[in-house]
Design a protein around this ligand. Structure first.
Ligand SMILES: Cc1cc2nc3c(=O)[nH]c(=O)nc-3n(C[C@H](O)[C@H](O)[C@H](O)COP(=O)(O)OP(=O)(O)OC[C@H]3O[C@@H](n4cnc5c(N)ncnc54)[C@H](O)[C@@H]3O)c2cc1C
Length: 740
């Protein structure tokens, strides 16, 4: 038996999405990383071994402009290009290649960490056994990240943690039980089926459950065309110890799966003769186990109140999604959901142990109550937490700080690192003094200053209230709508404030207007608005239901503008969530409208500011390429600045809800709003000629980094878009310029 020792700056245990992103995040900061995963593939529950589809802040399209950026965003966008059909093996490849692209990451697959050396609240090493190659490997590093989900590293190091459900009295959470218990969310095994074109038999094994003797056929959705994660409700073990009883849980879950399959194949209730079982999981996907205690425990209040933490490092938007402890055998619904009004923030203080000084954690292990964990547990959120933990570990190490010091007095270092990495964080302004673009003046060939969509694609009768969210920067003083009126009528238009920059709901009434509409078709109606908020933001314009009026729809969308229709929640929808009353309509399209003069798409948006939609689109948009066929955007400095790296952040349309597996199909491989090709040029003084710096073609990525051969004194930098991936205008989110 070989005994090896591996020394790196950071050891990440667990190669699920949290661990992958922690490792990449730290490696990109310059740290060497050992990424240790006890399975033969990366990806944890999202891998082809388990096949849970990766969800995140978009909450299957419930939240808006909320798809993750950063490393998770890169994975989503790359998967969309390579794997729009959602093949689980191709998704494995996307993750593996992302890790292999980082030379500072040393990947150890099949390596199960079993022991931890720690004393006085400091871990000195962790040791794992690499199966198949009979190696015992000791990993030594100054800091560690437990991204294992089960939390073995933390518990062996003495990190304080909780399992089960806290009592309501602990955090005053209305969804916590009155009395604490040890129940967790249970584990699941999924299966895939395939139509082979000819009849195939299925002889069930002796251990298959007879599900007709259970509540399953009545209480759960079984359809023969469903596959994989559509059967997320095959859940069991929440009343056991999810780790200690893992073997028994797997046996029961497989018995249930074969029982369901027997029911589909042999009950005569389904058209399933030609179906065969293509794959069944052998590794139970675990949902919940140890949650370590950090300096902050995220609670239901932080999620639903969308607490604006000073040390915010990531965001989520999935509902608080809790399941009955009895799992598949429970007579209750398989899950209950409580969505926040928009995305919520997670602080850095939830990502490190409060008593083990060099332990970071991400993914299922973070410091959250059971209730808050109900939302942070989805994998795109776990991934952004992983990226933040990896960056935090690296930045703290580089600066000789404890995690606590980084989250407190030196959080500026973390904030700057997050923005420079283009991490998935919400409401963080780029104020990094290293970004020399902040000193530049920005000009462009054109900008979308008077947004209008005038070509009708059809009509939408106002049989219900219809709402459109538009950016206001600095005022909304013109609003024209294209309408048909069956007879002379009065249209009532209300303005509502979404109250938070990440929300798309009419949360506070502002104003109401009544507009006379004369009978006829395709009439531009001028709504007399004059809304001047204290600072730029979105406003929700609600067109009240009117039996005589239809509004014209358009086949294209303006950046940052989306539409909703009001509906009455179904009787069994007991939740207080407002979004259920506002259904998103006209995806990738909109209403025919004309807005007044706006700075919402000004060239200056590419420096500083937020690098994603947050109270407005926060990007530069050129005029329609039909009117400005040769757009450009330029940064200029009064005196030369020494540049070594230019970072260009493009618009990957975070409103588009991408998914890695087969939940839904997105009809393009590259996001249309991304520039497909562009050039970068620079000048060394105002009299000199333009020199080429980079030419990008076939682009499908949000973030491109361009290195200059060495520090170069630059007075002007110009980006010239040549083509988009389909959008009618050129969009750029951010241009950042750094010295060496
Ligand atoms: C059936 C099911 C349905 C779900 N539905 C969704 C959904 O629809 N969308 C969604 O996004 N999320 C969903 N979730 C939740 C989500 O899958 C988990 O919360 C998520 O996987 C957590 O990510 P992670 O990286 O923290 O952990 P994991 O994905 O569990 O990854 C941790 C990895 O660490 C490895 N590991 C553990 N111990 C060690 C050790 N000692 N040494 C080395 N490696 C170790 C594990 O093998 C695993 O591969 C679901 C979960 C389940 C089980």
């Amino acid at each position: 038996m070989q005994q090896l020792e591996v020394q790196t700056d950071l050891t990440v245990v667990g190669g699920g999405l949290a661990g992958i992103c922690a490792a990449i995040g730290a490696a990109r900061q310059g740290s060497t990383v050992a990424l240790v995963q006890n399975r033969p593939v990366l990806g944890g529950n999202s891998s082809s071994e388990v096949r849970v589809w990766v969800c995140g802040a978009t909450a299957h399209g419930t939240q808006h402009f909320s798809r993750e950026t950063g490393i998770m965003g890169e994975l989503f966008v790359e998967n969309q290009y390579r794997n729009p059909e959602g093949n689980p093996y191709y998704w494995d490849l996307v993750m593996l290649e992302a890790v292999r692209a980082e030379p500072r990451i040393h990947l150890f697959l099949n390596t199960d960490v079993r022991t931890v050396d720690a004393a006085d609240g400091v871990i000195t090493s962790v040791t794992g056994w690499q199966m198949g190659s009979e190696k015992e490997i000791r990993f030594v590093s100054p800091v560690y990240a437990d991204c294992s989900g089960d939390g073995l590293v933390g518990v062996l190091a003495g990190a304080e943690y909780r399992t089960g459900r806290e009592p309501r009295s602990m955090y005053d959470e209305s969804w916590a039980p009155e009395v604490p218990d040890a129940n967790t969310l249970g584990s699941t095994i999924l299966f895939y089926t395939k139509d082979v074109g000819t009849p195939v038999r299925f002889v069930p094994p002796s251990f298959a459950r007879d599900i007709t003797e259970t509540a399953i056929p009545d209480r759960r959705v079984i359809r023969s065309e469903l596959n994989g994660c559509a059967f997320w409700w095959i859940e069991w073990g929440g009343e056991l110890d999810v780790v200690d009883d893992n073997e028994a849980i797997r046996d029961e879950l497989q018995a249930v799966v074969y029982g369901i399959w027997d029911y589909i194949k042999n009950s005569g209730r389904f058209d399933a003769d030609n179906l065969t079982l293509e794959w069944i999981g052998s590794v139970p996907g675990k949902r919940e186990y140890r949650r370590f205690l950090g300096d902050h425990v995220l609670t239901q209040h932080d999620v639903l109140g969308q607490t604006l933490f000073e040390d915010r490092v990531a965001f989520g938007g999935w509902s608080i999604d809790l399941h009955p402890p009895g799992g598949v055998y429970a007579s209750e619904r398989g899950s209950k959901h409580w969505h926040p009004d928009g995305s919520y923030h997670v602080p850095l203080r939830s990502l490190y142990s409060r008593n083990v000084r060099n332990l970071w954690m991400a993914g299922r292990n973070i410091s959250a109550s059971h209730v808050a964990f109900g939302t942070t547990r989805v994998m795109a959120t776990c991934a952004t937490l992983g990226e933040a933990a990896g960056i935090g570990a690296s930045v703290a190490l580089r600066n000789g700080l404890t995690p606590r010091e980084l989250a407190g007095p030196r959080f500026d270092l973390m904030r700057n690192a997050l923005t420079r990495a283009d991490s998935s964080v919400l409401g963080v302004v780029d104020e990094d003094p290293a970004n020399l673009a902040l000193q530049a003046t920005v000009t462009a060939s054109s900008a979308l200053t008077q947004p209008a969509v005038e070509v009708s694609s059809g009509t939408l009768p106002l049989t219900a209230d219809v709402a459109v969210v538009v950016p206001v920067d600095p005022a909304l003083d013109r609003l024209e709508l294209l309408v048909d009126a069956a007879r002379d009528a009065v249209l009532t238009v209300e303005l509502h404030d979404p109250l938070k920059p990440q929300n798309y709901l009419p949360l506070e009434f502002i104003d109401s207007r009544e507009v006379a509409v004369t009978a006829g078709e395709k009439r531009w109606v001028d709504v007399p608005v004059d809304h001047r908020p204290d600072h730029p933001g979105n406003v929700m314009v609600v067109l009240k239901q009117n039996a005589d009026i239809s509004v014209h729809t358009a086949a294209t969308a303006l950046p940052g503008v989306i539409c909703f229709e009001h509906r009455d929640p179904a009787p069994d929808e007991q939740w207080t969530e407002q979004f259920r009353a506002w259904k998103h309509i006209l995806p990738r399209a909109g209403l025919c409208l004309r807005l007044g003069e706006t700075s919402a798409y000004a060239p200056s948006k590419v420096v500083g500011g937020y690098s994603r939609p947050y109270g407005g689109p926060n990007l530069w948009a050129s005029e329609d390429l039909a009117w400005d066929p040769s757009p450009w955007i330029e940064l200029s400095w009064q005196s030369p600045v020494d540049l070594a790296e230019i970072v260009v952040v493009l618009d990957d349309d975070v409103e588009e809800d991408l998914i890695n597996l087969h939940h839904h199909r997105t009809p393009f491989t590259s996001l249309p709003t991304l520039l497909e090709s562009y050039s970068l040029e620079f000048r060394t003084d105002s009299g000199s000629s333009w020199q080429p710096l980079a030419k990008v073609t076939g682009n499908r990525r949000r973030t491109q980094r361009h290195r200059l051969p060495g520090p170069t004194a630059v007075t002007h930098l110009r980006l010239t878009p040549h083509a988009t991936n389909g959008a009618p205008r050129a969009h750029v989110v951010s241009i950042r310029c750094y010295g060496d």
